[in-house]
Design a protein around this ligand. Sequence first.
Ligand code: ADP
Ligand code: ZN
Ligand code: ZN
Length: 738
Amino acid sequence: MTANSCILRVAINTPLRRLFDYLPGREHTRSNFRIGQRLRVPFGRQGNRVGLLVSLVNQSPVAKEKLKRIHDIIDPEPIISPEHLELLDWASRYYHHPAGEVMLGTLPTLLANGKPASTNPEPHWRITTSGRRFPPDEFGRAKKQRALLDFLNNRPEGVTRAQLSDQFTHWNGPLNALIEKGLVEKFFLTGEIRTVNQLPQGNVPLNGEQQQAVAAITSAVDSYQCFLLNGVTGSGKTEVYIECIREILKQGKQALVLLPEIGLTPQFIKRYQESLGVKADVMHSGLTDRERLNAWLAARDNNATVLLGTRSAVWTPFYNLGIIIVDEEHDLSFKQQEGFRYSARDMACIRAQRENIPVILGSATPSMESLENARTDRYRELTLHERAGNARLPHIDIIDMRGCRMQGALSSGLVDVIREVIDRGEQVLLFLNRRGYAPVMMCHDCGWIFHCHRCDRYLTWHKQDNRLSCHHCGHEEKPVTSCPECDGVNIVEIGHGTQRLTETLEQCFPEARILRIDRDSTRRKGSLENMFDDIREGKVDILIGTQMLAKGHHFPRVTLVGIIDADRGLYSTDFRASERLAQIIMQVSGRAGRAAQPGTVLIQTHYPRHPLLTTLISQDYAAFSRLVLEERKQTSLPPFSYHALVRAEAHDQALAERFLNNARERLDNNKKQQVTAYGPMPAPIPKKAGKYRMQLLLQAGDRNRLRRTLDPWISQLEEMQDHRKVRWSIDVDPLDML
Ligand code: ADP
Ligand code: ZN
Ligand code: ZN
């Protein structure tokens, strides 16, 4: 076959659900092309686009005269392997997401934009000898220079742009001043294997259950198997991961560890590096495009041995991947909630299966899906029942708030216990998953409630920065002093957010050192890390936090955890609300008593006899999950059925509704599929940022049947004519109805 008789099938990053055919350039021969190369192709009126060569074919549905020629070939060699391309293709089919968006959207931005697939050395900065000898007081008023030099002095190996930005704002000027004085120098580090100073392997000896888990996993490293590592908080799951990785590294293979957004802290990275004696590469949303590309290339070219990453790291190609670990597998941040809606946890399992390697899903509070997979032997469950070392699991109790005397959001019982704990010099952690001062502002004269005109939702009062803010669309307003309805001036604050709770505590405990941790108080880069340091160093008595505090962190001085408001999760319309509440209660509780002193957890509720709470407290998460699974089975909800959610939004509610009605009709015409449609119905937030939102839920008892139904149906939806005015998307295995 000559070059001219071959047709290049190319993926392009567009929402169109298809691939595009091109002819080679006149100067090309067929041997110039290999699957996985990037090509520059003409595309619509936008001119040049970057495409990924997916296959070479002989026939195109488009007449040959109409096919355009590519402009040029970007990569002499493929940038990804055919196997990796197949994985992306599989994901695009499974999630019914346009192939081009999946294949190019999961590449590092620089590659998707056509930049060369090679490591550019990353600039680093380090302190010079004269910098080390420079007397600190000579900086005078140049405080930032002094702080920068201090920082660099503690890091003789040099720091990156990202590390500087983590700690400092506007560091460029002061850094250049230091360079001019000869105190700091810039240098370049390339991506070859870098080992950290080999530390003595001072690892704790594993206990029996840990050893059994490691033995089970390491004896099965040559084939696919999914392990569910079900271990209570503080049971030493991380040590198990590390031992398994050590075994994989010994065999010359690579390891991928996926963590929730918030779990990838410097401490955590250090723990891996020090125990394994290798430099771990990281991949998270805080990286620059260049850093991300470097980490991606390092993994692909076998220069990275361990990659620690958040959700999107699951799409990294590896030269010789030996194991995948998903820590806190129940965590919602593994699910991408917009654009290409995938579950990194599920993709980790699919990937392990395709590459024939083991995968570990670890959690103290596994998802119902994973527990059911373990029960039906699709996963192998390994259990760690006890906390590692000398730590004990905390004792959980309920505070019945009915008729109770309250100080703000605090029952008098809780206030008393807090006092005892801080008097003993121990720390208290109070959990309230609601930032701001008050969730509702109301006119006491007429009942008017301040709400967002774009979302029809209440505005949250942020007293500290004197603004009303919509937590759904980000809209902000200055507070008004009178009611827009009746001109009354009696505006009252209803409910409690973290700011108000902080105020209450300052009144009750004027002498205590109180720290609030939520998205508002940690907006500045690096501030969260500094706060964690303060907590660990005992500079804080009472910690107030949202779910940012719930996960994975180790605060050895915390002995009392208070859950301020458990009631919201008990009676929700979302069938997953109880699972989420139990997970968050167990995770927050897990922060208590992680060291020598035992911990206590107190849950404030008006429903002390709610079966969820009583099961969780008198028994454990396992008993609770059996209850939930039984309930899901009775009602045929996931994991006993499979969901796909079609969301539609438009400026006009009727348009969105009509689109989904038409969609449903087309589905109903095909009765034999045994897929049930519910809706269209308004989304739980029916209006957001000025757009009306409707949804249609599809449910099937069989995953393949759902998939077979969706395939032709989605092509029909694409062709339905009013879709330009309606934005729609599909979410396979949705976790959130929002
Ligand atoms: P998890 O990830 O299950 O919450 P970690 O792996 O973070 O638990 O371990 C909790 C704490 O227990 C850590 O401080 C860890 O160093 C310690 N630890 C883990 N395994 C052991 C062990 N076998 N003996 C003593 N301490 C241990
Ligand atoms: Zn009023
Ligand atoms: Zn809004």
